[in-house]
Write a protein that binds this ligand. Sequence first.
Ligand code: SF4
Length: 462
Amino acid sequence: MELQRADHIGPLDMFKIGIGPSSSHTMGPMVAARAFRKSIEDHCSEAELSEGDWQVTVDLFGSLSATGKGHATDGAVCAGLAGLHVRENTPDEIWATQNELKKDPWLNINGARVAFDPDKDLLWRKWRMNEKALPHPNTMRFRLLKNDQVVLEDILVSVGGGFVEKAGALKDNSTTSDGSLPNPYNTAADFVNLVNESGKPAWQIVLENEEARGTSEAELRQELQIILDTIDGCIERGLSTEGILPGGLNVKRRAKSIYDLLQSGSAPAWTESDLRPSVYAMAVNEENAAGGRVVTAPTNGASGLIPGVFRTLKEIHGLSNETLQNGLIVASVIGALVKVHASISGAEVGCQGEVGTSCAMAAAAAVAMLGGTANQIEQAAEIGIEHHLGMTCDPIMGLVQVPCIERNAMGAVKALNAAALSLASDGTHLVSLDKALSVMKQTGLDMNKKYKETSTGGLALG
Ligand code: SF4
């Protein structure tokens, strides 16, 4: 049984290298499809699969059905079923798979041929499944059939940020620590107390927990550096690429032209401090919208905000790689708290769960990297989330482009402002982060589903 506690979600759970445009609608389905392929590999030998007519079918429900086409869910499912890996394969390899399967509709599993035609076997379903309410807005049903009889079935849910779970999987929602970690925490208040009472830096608390979970500091830092390098590569590609983003909305990439303006020194002086984090955020989100290599932070839709803030602070303050790694660690604590006590999924709580969460993570990380206290870290995160409460998810045509790209730019500026406000005070504030997260969760529950990544309301209506 999985323990649902913030201290059991580490930096490498929160920051994952993957592909755009959506963590819940692209990465999650690809991970789920690959997991189903693995189930087939484990259950059926070549000899079994060589006898009779075998076929895989995939049903996409809820928000996946509503906006999955714009998020390349079909292409991601094809790649996962074909055995490609979201991190190890290049975006070009991943996106070529669907067309290859259309031409030759067979999966090679354990050396045998299993039929899967994306045009016939991948089905976009309506809201309900077998007349019962869906287990989650992002639900997928994978089936393996032999001679039209179901042999294997998995119902998987994509819960945001590339996280995938079995529908109905038992979870231990106990708030009590299982004693396996040296620094247990499940609320922001716990974390602040731990830092204050121990006298250790905030990231050290997490490093010790990760060590107990089996990842040494050296291993964790090595992986975090790969994540930082991947983010940098994404920014560079975004800043040097022009053209129209795919999907049919005809959105023009703007990061390069804004960056060129900044570099030329012709942007008005008063705009520079806002344009800098904005353009880095947009560079990443444009890469994400084009289906490129990105890092969930905590999701793909919100993948530009943290890069925008980190790159800006690195340039202004000359932050070292180790300091930036520490920033990712602190950011992950905030992301984990949101995931456990509210949600990081636009389909569950709207964009407050994606850009709002990312803003809180970036603000907290900025304060930590600039030497703030635990109370200031918590305050910055609270400001970051408080001023995104109720923000809807209504992407036009289901594409992670409008409002998503600019929304990351705006969020990056707000995160820096939240950090500045917090660092300018002593960390004392009225609304706690824990309170803000409970309000965020309730607001998400109250939000009409047309504003939760279904493209049936708000800006999506045109
Ligand atoms: S509006 Fe926000 S939550 Fe919705 S897809 Fe865009 S970034 Fe994600």
